[in-house]
Write a protein that binds this ligand. Structure first.
Ligand code: ADP
Ligand code: MG
Length: 218
């Protein structure tokens, strides 16, 4: 079973959007997928509750007493986490995930906050005694802005406070497709194929990574 954690201490950066779309992607491929929503706001659980019966089922999972409770034979478990998660609570989540996906919004303030968050994640490695595999994804990028044009270049060059290169995967534009698909309990991989073509292309580097051994701790 591959466990994928979606996290960032910042609210509104796209954790639930990424979690539900990752879940939907693997479900429509025919994998047995479970989704654990650990945020009391319950965005991912709400999404699951309106998912149509015509779509491949995604199972509800949870974390209780520090343990994951997932249906048997699950191939992929996606864990959506609340904002403002730090310290011991963060370590408890990190213990449950093999792969971490961190959405970040492309403002200088958000990127700096994400740098510190990733630094904190790396500092937990000793605590949890294993390698961390993580990727960042720039999300809600408005393509008409100059900032967007520079973003790819900037993120690619960025160094974390610990000197490591930012493990930066892809840019996802701001698109109504995410909102419209979510309103139906679907991912963009299951919704309006012609309209979502460009968005699905933007996901490819992340999906290739998630589907390969590169995203698993050695
Ligand atoms: N790429 C995107 N394009 C358009 N809207 C987005 C995108 N990503 C997220 N959103 C919207 O932004 C809001 C916050 O996203 P959400 O996934 O709930 O963030 P988080 O879970 O980190 O708080 C939601 O209304 C969501 O629909
Ligand atoms: Mg959320």
């Amino acid at each position: 079973m591959h466990s994928i954690l979606v996290l960032n201490s910042k609210g509104g950066c796209g954790k639930s959007t990424l979690a539900t779309n990752i879940a939907g992607y693997f479900a429509q491929l025919g994998k047995r997928v479970a989704l654990a929503d650990c945020d009391p706001q319950g965005s991912s659980r709400d999404w699951l509750s309106i998912r149509p019966s015509s779509a491949t089922e995604i199972y509800d999972a949870s974390i209780r007493g520090g343990k994951l409770h997932v249906p048997r034979n699950t191939d992929v478990i996606v864990i959506d986490t609340p904002a403002a998660t730090h310290g011991q609570r963060l370590a408890n989540y990190v213990r449950l995930g093999q792969t971490m996906v961190i959405p970040l919004m492309p403002s200088p303030i958000d990127i700096r906050a994400a740098e510190h968050f990733i630094d904190e994640l790396y500092s937990l490695r000793k605590l949890i005694k294993r390698k961390i595999k993580l990727a960042t994804v720039a999300n809600r990028v408005r393509e008409d802005t100059l900032a967007a044009a520079k973003l790819d270049y900037y993120l690619d060059k960025m160094k974390l406070p610990n000197g490591q290169k930012l493990p930066y995967m892809t840019v996802l534009r701001s698109s109504q497709n995410y909102i419209k698909a979510a309103e139906k309990g679907l991912s963009i991989f299951e919704f309006a194929p012609a309209k979502t073509l460009y968005d699905r292309e933007q996901w490819q580097p992340l999906l290739r990574w998630l589907s390969s051994k590169r995203s698993l701790p050695g």
